[in-house]
Design a protein around this ligand. Structure first.
Ligand SMILES: Nc1ncnc2c1ncn2[C@@H]1O[C@H](COP(=O)(O)OP(=O)(O)O)[C@@H](O)[C@H]1O
Ligand SMILES: [Mg+2]
Length: 214
């Protein structure tokens, strides 16, 4: 693939995706959405419209009830490291509470010193602690470093900075956007904050416009 074809490549594609939990009401209906590598896509919409549900499908944690999600034209690999990585609103969701932080970074890999420094992560101190021994902002900075593993190709940030103070918000977005650009990663920003989406993203989709369930 040429560099320009790679840059323009469709990484994630939702094809007629519908989803409901168990036999409950439809949360997502007939979603069609392509996300290309070069764009930073913002997914907006009010609370309860299915943004987090869609993000879980895109990351392969749940399967669509109908339709398909494709990663580079195929099903997401079920085994090994997932190239699509999530950052959640609540960082505890991403981490096993019984594991010290060191164990929660991808096997055989450690974030490089420069990245740790930019995120103000004191690895000597933090890596031997459990998640509940760090503040919310510290834990979220760790989660940002953690998803920037060598095999990550796409990052979904689901309300990643909603709970944080303005300084920490700016810090983690700066680092994440720099890395996304440097490494040509795909990025999906999920937020109910439209002005944040406008600042960060190159394209914005309102879930209300593509979700037939509402
Ligand atoms: N595990 C679940 N079981 C049943 N319903 C759920 C579950 N998780 C979310 N929902 C419902 O799905 C809808 C969409 O939720 P969500 O995807 O979290 O929306 P958003 O992220 O846009 O706020 C809500 O009505 C929510 O109550
Ligand atoms: Mg949500």
């Amino acid at each position: 693939m040429t560099d320009s074809a790679k840059h323009d490549e469709i990484l994630l594609s939702c094809q007629n995706v519908s989803f409901r939990y168990h036999k409950g009401p439809w949360i997502l209906r007939n979603i069609n959405l392509d996300i290309r590598r070069h764009e930073r896509l913002g997914l907006i919409g009010p609370s309860g419209y299915g943004k987090s549900t869609l993000s879980r499908l895109l990351a392969g944690y749940d399967s669509p009830t109908e339709g398909e999600i494709l990663w580079k034209g195929k099903k997401l690999p079920q085994k090994g490291f997932c190239p699509v990585q999530m950052i959640y609103q609540h960082p505890e969701k991403a981490l096993d509470p019984r594991w010290k932080l060191k164990r929660s970074v991808s096997e055989g890999w450690q974030p490089d010193e420069e990245l740790l420094k930019r995120l103000n992560i004191n690895s000597k101190l933090w890596f031997s602690r459990y998640p509940n021994e760090l503040s919310g902002g510290e834990l979220q900075r760790f989660c940002v470093a953690r998803v920037l593993a060598p095999d990550t190709e796409f990052i979904i940030a689901d309300e990643m900075s909603t709970m944080l103070d303005a300084i920490t918000q700016a810090q983690i977005w700066n680092v994440l956007l720099d890395e996304v650009k440097k490494r040509d990663l795909g990025l999906l920003v999920i937020t109910h904050n439209n002005s944040l989406a406008e600042k960060l993203c190159t394209r914005i989709v309102d879930l209300r416009d593509i979700n037939g369930a509402f």
